[in-house]
Design a protein. Structure first.
Length: 308
């Protein structure tokens, strides 16, 4: 058994966080003498001084800083454990917050939400349509239960959902198609490129921009598709979103010598798999199932491009 209790570590942390015994006592509703006794007992049990006086205040010793830093991990783990138990006791969560990158196939998303609604009709769903770092930022903020993204998140493990193919396209009457030859980067940078703005508020990124002389930045993928169909520029667009436009001749793949098709692996990331409630787990299962069901079979993925 541990000689030092979790409560003693918590009281030490409170003293440090609130700048002294008196303020900490008010904050956690303990008497200053109780906190003082707990810290002195902790020092006695460990044989190490963790606090030292500085005037009328106290501060951590070098050893105290090291020990408290490690102890905070125990405190956070204990809080997480209690939260898991609370969720289990409560049963079903009232809401699931889902952040989905706009490149994720809309059919798979709609089918997954339909499946989920049949099983959990009274659970609210907050759907955030994100771009690039937007979903990852929500994951780091703890504001999304599930995130679908083509980017990796440091400190989190994701499950593969689907590989999204991006095709460089323009309207059939666009000047680039009028060149009637294979194209390279020098051709592209002379024309307007349409890109979708990163929805992250703090760490946005420019992904896919070729430093073209003209650039139009929009906030939603559907706006980009509409503008490209109107002949206002070229763009790399998800093949699943433009299959109809390709088949109808409203869009045409650009004949690039290289890079005409890009593949982005999209993954599903849990904010905290162990603390996820039954509704969040059911949502994740529905997304995995429908994404794999919507993935093209071998030989099908090149069918549209091979016709061009």
């Amino acid at each position: 058994m541990s000689r030092v209790t979790l409560a003693q570590w918590q009281m030490l942390a409170a003293v440090v966080d609130h700048g002294g015994f008196a303020r900490a006592a008010e904050a956690i509703h303990k008497s200053p003498s109780t906190l003082n006794h707990a810290v002195h007992k902790l020092e006695e049990l460990l044989g190490v001084q963790v606090l030292e006086p500085v005037g009328r205040q106290v501060r951590l010793t070098e050893a105290g800083e090291l020990l408290l830093r490690r102890a905070r991990q125990l405190i956070e783990s204990a809080a997480a454990l209690e939260d898991v138990a609370g969720r289990l006791a409560e049963g079903l969560e009232a809401e699931v917050v889902l952040a989905v990158d706009q490149v994720f196939p809309s059919d798979a998303l709609a089918l997954a939400l339909d499946d989920f609604s049949e099983a959990y009709p009274y659970v609210r769903v907050q759907l955030h349509e994100t771009v690039l770092n937007g979903g990852i930022e929500m994951l780091y903020d703890g504001s999304a239960d599930l995130v679908i993204s083509g980017l990796s998140a440091q400190g989190f493990l994701g499950e593969p959902l689907v590989t999204v193919r991006f095709v460089a396209v323009a309207h059939p009457d666009h000047a680039l198609h009028g060149l009637d030859r294979m194209l390279d980067l020098r051709d592209l940078v002379q024309h307007r490129q349409l890109v979708v703005r990163d929805s992250a508020l703090r760490q946005s990124m420019d992904a896919g921009w070729l430093k073209a002389e003209q650039r139009w930045t929009v906030s939603h993928l559907e706006t980009s598709i509409d503008m490209v169909e109107r002949g206002l520029g070229f763009a790399w667009l998800p093949e699943t979103r433009i299959q109809g436009a390709l088949a109808a001749g409203r869009l045409k793949p650009l004949p690039l010598t290289a890079g005409g098709v890009r593949e982005i692996p999209v993954q599903l990331i849990h904010r905290d798999r162990d603390r996820a409630g039954p509704a969040t787990r059911a949502m994740a299962e529905a997304l995995l199932r429908e994404a794999r069901g919507c993935a093209p079979e071998a030989g099908e993925e090149d069918s549209i491009l091979s016709k061009e």
